[in-house]
Design a protein around this ligand. Sequence first.
Ligand code: ARG
Length: 290
Amino acid sequence: MLVAVTKVVPYLLLGTVNQQRVSRKRTYLMCSPEHFTVEYAINPWMDVTTAVDADLAVKQWDRLRETLVGLGHDVHLLTPEAGLPDMVYAANGAFVVDGTVYGARFKHEQRTAEAAVHRAFYEEQGWRFIAPNETNEGEGDFAYLPEAHGGLILAGHGFRTEPAAHAEAQEALGRPVVSLRLIDPRFYHLDVALASIDDENIVYYPGAFSAASQKVLAQLFPDAIVADDEDALAFGLNLVSDGLNVVLNNEATRLAGKLKAAGYHPVPVELSELKKGGGSVKCCIAELRH
Ligand code: ARG
């Protein structure tokens, strides 16, 4: 187990609150953007007239993969398929908690076939797989916090995942699911508006959520880090954290500063090509939780 601890600051002894952050080794799943294009538009970020540099997309994605490996994490790879240009957004293929995989069922037919590729991966590896009946886009709309309230799932709805899938996920995974309503089409998945930064806390952009859902988040996570609209629109919240190291889009500079001030270690990466499909760091990475 990899345990890296932030430097102990001497004035800790004087009573200044400066939390020590600890990284926990993770297992991730990614899929190379070899076949990435923007040939249809199913979210407001996608523009079919924009040219995509596939080589650059692969280079940037590879850099992200190397970054995770360099931080000590395991990264499994899914083989990309021609004709499924959004497969690079591996977060959408399933949601895994406590060794159980709740499969995805995509909203748009352009992505439907991706679910079976993910399912085959998990079944081959011997994971317990539960097939969904309800529309849901995996970790795009589900987040898990193992130490919050004994183990809590946060789930988004409004654009992709149906509320019925939240109930289905709760039954499949045996963890309480808190439903949150997304109201801004630019934040069409939960993972572009909210992320876990460690086992018990989150960072989020309130403006992406209904007023009632904002109240729920404020009640459950009084110590959450709040991002501003500029960092949120720069895909800053579409991040992956191991509890200490927070890998995030390099344009979200103020958010990186806030994370640093809270004791985390921001690791900025450039993913300009994959932004053209409406995603960044987190969209490219699924976490496999045993
Ligand atoms: N083009 C993809 C879509 O609209 C992007 C998915 C981004 N993934 C994510 N986890 N937010 O479905």
